[in-house]
Write a protein that binds this ligand. Sequence first.
Ligand code: F6P
Length: 350
Amino acid sequence: MARIGILTGGGDCPGLNAVIRAATRRSLQRGHEVVGVRDGWRGMVEGLFVPLGPREISGILPRGGTIIGTTRTNPYKVEGGVEKVLSRFGGDGGGLDALIAIGGEDTLGVAARLYRENGTPVVGVPKTIDNDLSGTDYTFGFDTAVSIATEAIDRLHTTAESHNRVMVVEVMGRHAGWIAVHSGIAGGADVILIPEQPITVEDTGRLLQKRHAGGKSFSIVVVSEGYELTWESGEHQAVAGEARATDQFGHVVLGGVGDALAREVERLTGYETRVTVLGHVQRGGTPTARDRVLATRYGLKAADLVESGSFGRMAALHGDAIVDISLDEATAELKTVPPEWYDVAKAFFG
Ligand code: F6P
């Protein structure tokens, strides 16, 4: 019998509980003990463990958030943090035999380093609504975020049309524009602005003018929170307030690009413009059926990786198959939106 820990780190994401349920169910069936590590890596640093049994995981499949909590704690930034994490494994004190870390680039970056430098028995599950982890076709949570953003765009269409307005919709996506591109395509956006392909505010204005010259009197612009306002002069401006605090992984709190963009659109075109920032609504609530299924498959795979002692690996989706890849490969670089994906979106601009 092994003692298996499960932690969820970074921003929460619809489907986390479905992974916890699946990994726990399969591990309990094999006769193992499962514990939830509270609040991401903080729980490993501070030894915050809670039992996960049939009762704890009952009914959690459709529930948003994470029943074991999450933080952006980075043990490499906490004094003595790594030593404390390592001390939670093995020994006679009921230490862990294995850890399932469910997270994005930061959480899994820590897992990859712990495995690389210390041989820590850890496996990963790819989570982020941003869908920017390498080595997997999709992360769970992304489909839910895209569905929520698409529904919002659909709703904004009718009010935009009634008032002859431009609606700017700011969606999440710190480094990658996956949510913007997918929801923008699904919702029929007229311009989509993402960090990877920063088209200028002047071009944005011209695209809207072209559309209005063609007889339309309203438009929808979708912008990723990580897009930098860019002007033809070469000037550009990241809109996250520089004065704002960063987390332990060095990320600033984003938000506000939609407002800045709307002001520029109004200045350049004279069209009345309104802004909607979807924010954490995209991460809250129940996961879509697709995310529940993907999260469940990932959870089972993580339990299997632990069973076979395949540490330093992460569950991944390749086509329709769940496979495993190394945590190093998954966290080496971010998966950004390639030009061919943006071309699909661009076909409908203006
Ligand atoms: O990484 C996922 C994400 O949702 C990003 O898109 C966003 O910038 C960030 O988390 C927001 O984080 P927080 O919950 O700390 O505000």
